[in-house]
Design a protein around this ligand. Sequence first.
Ligand SMILES: [Zn+2]
Ligand SMILES: [Zn+2]
Length: 180
Amino acid sequence: MSDPESTHARSEREPIPRELHSFYQDRPFVSCTRCGESLADFPDGFRISKNFKKGEVIIEYALCMPCLAGMLEEASEESKGKLAEFQEKHFRNISGFDECALCPRTREEAKNEEFGLVGVCQGDNILDSALICLDCMEAMNGVLSEETRRTWDRFRQENFPGVPSDFEPFPPRPAPKVLS
Ligand SMILES: [Zn+2]
Ligand SMILES: [Zn+2]
């Protein structure tokens, strides 16, 4: 019997929606933005993040789970604790791209500013998804230490040299699944 609490309990496998394909490459993501390995080779899957501003994609990346875990590991204990606390407190236990996972704002309300879409994927399938509005991204950023923000700034600078360093705070992630 499957656990009803678990998103893995979904019986049907959903393909990764076009919205989470790479806009710049015009196809699904095939390799990890950080290590370059093929995403299909990670049995634990990977996470896609895309940020939109006024309808345009301003940043997009896919991180394999080992890279994601590695980035999160670099966060200070204090930041990890505060972020987990924040997400636990605000997470609305909803998936999908219609509403912010952390506040009642809808996509319709957020569409003229920046918001992030996140998908936890495995192979060609999406297991979990979330929309995070700008206010919630900023609020999450606000609980992080300087040091932790620098880890993500470095990742951005190395991979997206043209992008201003302060435009995306901490990459949003669905909670609590990815926290565990
Ligand atoms: Zn990787
Ligand atoms: Zn929000």
